[in-house]
Design a protein around this ligand. Structure first.
Ligand code: SAH
Length: 350
């Protein structure tokens, strides 16, 4: 296993690490609270820790992200943040205000290797996984920058969470920890393109988070045209894994469906989709595809979107059209990072 930084350790593990340094157990508790509750940005802030202990801690840098760019939507106040990681890569996160609280959408990887045809995050491939602390920091920094508490977290930014499995599970345990930031697991959503064995493993972790499955097509043939992962797993296997997730966790499933004009938005597509989801306790989120300049996909028009929605509803399926947030700022996942790197001429270090 890789060496994890202090901020990526669960309380029990931090206690062991601190004990090995010859310190009393309560020091580990204090350190955990400084990192995750007070969300300190330096060891020097941790004033109730002895100076000698702080000096030992400093041998390993405290993982902190630096905000290098912010975009604020004039329409709805949605904010996009670009953060620089300790090794110089950048990732983006989005903050949205809803009536039920503030939600942050975080990235889980630098780049992505899933190759979905309509997605900006995957265009330059995958560079590396984020550590648990780098995922936590996206939430912690945004809380500090906005001065407001975050109540909901969605793992829907750049990256495939199930392709960075152990770090994502650790992130969830840490961000929801009662001695730390304490976000309810019921307010956390993990979105996946459908790595079937990982969905099954995830179902057995004892977590109570929402699983969102990116389906985007009503049959395997159409799905293979949009998502390379569909060549590895059929819709049937994928939906079976989702059903297993529901059985184990009791959490209603979400299916995401991006509507692409002329590709997957006909009435027949809706009827076929209803057949696939029949009998599942689920909810469908329709999202008109967000066009990216590197691809020719166009979003469905309002008429087709409503036809699609009505058809699903007639078949007894819960469906919402996702409200587009921050339409005036680089909308789709990965677009802010990409435009930043193009403008700054930042070369990806592979
Ligand atoms: N890798 C994960 C999570 C990141 S993407 C996943 O695939 O679910 C979050 C959601 O946005 C996914 O449903 C993804 O398919 C969708 N998405 C990506 N690019 C999009 C675009 N240009 N327009 C609409 N939805 C998009």
């Amino acid at each position: 296993m890789d060496h994890l930084d202090y901020k990526s350790l669960l309380p029990e593990e931090l206690a062991e690490r601190v004990a090995a340094m010859g310190e009393k157990p309560f020091r580990a508790k204090q350190l955990f609270a400084w990192m995750h509750k007070k969300q300190a940005v330096s060891y020097d802030e941790m004033t109730n820790l002895p100076g000698a202990f702080r000096d030992r801690l400093k041998e390993e840098p405290l993982t902190v992200l630096e905000c290098v760019r912010t975009q604020v939507s004039a329409i709805d106040g949605t904010r996009k943040y670009l953060f620089r990681l300790p090794d110089g890569h950048v990732v983006e996160s989005v903050w949205m205000r809803y009536h039920h609280g503030n939600s942050v959408c975080i990235s889980t990887q630098v780049g992505c290797r899933m190759g979905c045809a309509f997605c900006a995050s995957t265009l330059d491939g995958w560079l590396r996984n984020l550590t648990p602390s780098e995922m936590l920091e996206q939430v912690y920094r945004i809380q500090r920058l906005t001065g407001e508490r975050v109540s909901h977290v969605v793992l829907m930014g750049t990256g495939e969470p199930m392709d960075n499995y152990s770090h994502v599970v650790r992130f969830i345990r840490l961000v929801s920890h009662s001695q730390g930031n304490d976000i309810s697991q019921r307010n956390i959503t993990v979105s996946t393109c459908g790595l079937v064995p990982k969905i099954r493993q995830f179902a057995d972790e004892g977590l109570v988070v929402t699983l969102a499955l990116s389906l985007h097509a009503p049959n395997d043939e159409k799905r293979r045209g949009l998502m390379p992962v569909a060549r590895r797993y059929t819709i049937r296997e994928t939906v079976d894994a989702c059903r297993y997730y529901y059985e184990r966790t009791g959490r209603r499933l979400t299916f995401e469906y991006s509507l692409v004009a002329g590709e997957n938005d006909s009435g027949d597509d809706a009827a076929e989709l209803a057949g696939v989801l029949k009998g599942l306790n689920c909810h469908v989120n329709l999202i008109p595809v967000n066009p990216i300049k590197e691809r020719t996909f166009r979003p469905s028009g309002q008429k087709n979107i409503l036809r699609f929605k009505n058809k699903l509803e007639k078949c007894g399926i819960n469906v919402t059209i996702r409200r587009e947030m921050g339409r005036d700022i680089d909308g789709a996942c990965g677009q802010l990072r990409k435009s930043y790197m193009e403008k700054e001429g930042v070369a990806d270090r592979r």
